[in-house]
Design a protein around this ligand. Structure first.
Ligand code: PBG
Length: 325
């Protein structure tokens, strides 16, 4: 005669050993991608105050961070450039000597093929108005004029050695334009990690400081409305049809439902970006002693993996890889 309760779910939680046996979700260093900022002309790394522990790297410290990422077995690094001068059309983005293209060459020289070198493909770091594209005479972001620059930027990044390019500007047709340009230049194996689903989010706040951006206005005419989810599926379908190899959802935490929907909808790998504001929230609460920082980091990454992300871009990538050892 069985006692009551007959079923005791607590049994499988009763020791660390049994919990380890039945854990469904895993986080492995190879699934983590470290975003990095490289600042033109910097002699010392510059702290980003809203992202404690994250720096605008010098070329030198960036190389060291890349070597460390490779040694930790991370999946890759995602590079962002912080140029010293910006203009209306983001000229630094297509210049082979522009900081991002220089940083790509440095990273590839450092890590060879041991680590995937990825680059953000967007104009906002390079434009003086801070928008992701060029503006028309009425001051609106001009989709098709921007595509021409993205195509050139993709070829510049692949020429610098990027293994993966990450279009993040949310222009219609960007993946197709970049794929055509890459193929035309012979870069058949350059992977496109498309920021397919990208919401107009308040959680990008600290990123503006990270890339010294002084955005005028907002990005609501090109990034998605947080109220919508069907629009995400539409964007993903389009990007895959245009040749995206991996699709990304961004941000991650306020959009775990979208990650799950996308994972269930597509057969390509799904990435998620655990963005600057998500990082800042945990760091700020931990600095106040309000939450256990390391547990919160791993719980955050677990939630994103459990929602269905195959890979995660996270500023904690190196630290998480160390914690997971
Ligand atoms: C666009 C880009 C942004 C981020 C990554 N790529 C900013 C934006 O679209 O507004 C944000 C990343 C973060 O907040 O951590 N170049």
């Amino acid at each position: 005669m069985a006692g009551f309760p007959e079923v005791r779910p607590r049994r499988l939680r009763s020791s660390a050993a049994v919990r380890r046996l039945v854990a469904e979700t895993t986080i492995e260093p190879r699934q983590l991608i470290l975003p990095m900022f490289v600042r033109e002309g910097a002699r010392e790394p510059i702290a980003i105050s809203s992202m404690p522990g994250v720096y605008q790297h010098t070329r030198d410290t960036a190389r060291k961070a890349v070597a460390e990422a490779a040694a930790l077995g991370l999946g890759g690094v995602m590079l962002f450039g912080v140029p010293t001068s910006k203009d209306a059309v983001g000229s630094g983005a297509v210049d082979p000597d522009g900081i991002l293209n220089v940083a790509i060459r440095d990273a590839v020289a450092e890590a060879g093929d041991d680590l995937l070198v990825m680059s953000d493909l967007c104009l906002d770091e390079f434009t003086d108005h801070g928008h992701c594209g060029v503006l028309d005479s009425a001051g609106r972001v001009d989709n098709d004029a921007t595509l021409k620059i993205y195509a050139e930027m993709g070829v510049a990044q692949a020429s610098a050695g990027a293994h993966v390019v990450g279009p993040s500007g949310m222009m219609d047709g960007q993946v197709g334009a970049i794929r055509t340009a890459l193929d035309g230049a012979g870069f058949l194996d350059t992977v496109i990690l498309a920021y397919a689903v990208k919401y107009a989010s308040a959680f990008y706040g600290p990123f503006r400081e990270a890339v010294d951006s002084s955005l005028q206005g907002d990005r609501k005419t090109y990034q998605q409305d947080p109220a919508n989810s069907r629009d995400a599926i539409r964007e993903v379908d389009l990007d895959i049809a245009e040749g995206a190899d991996i699709v990304m959802v961004k941000p991650a935490l306020a959009y775990l439902d979208i990650i799950r929907q996308v994972r269930d909808h597509v057969t390509v790998p799904v990435a998620a970006y655990n963005i600057s504001g998500e990082y800042a929230m945990v760091e700020a609460a931990a600095a106040n002693g309000w939450i256990d920082r390391e547990r919160a980091i791993l719980e955050t990454l677990n939630s994103i993996r459990r929602a269905g992300a195959d890979t995660i871009l996270t500023y904690w990538a190196a630290e998480a890889a160390t914690l997971l050892r």
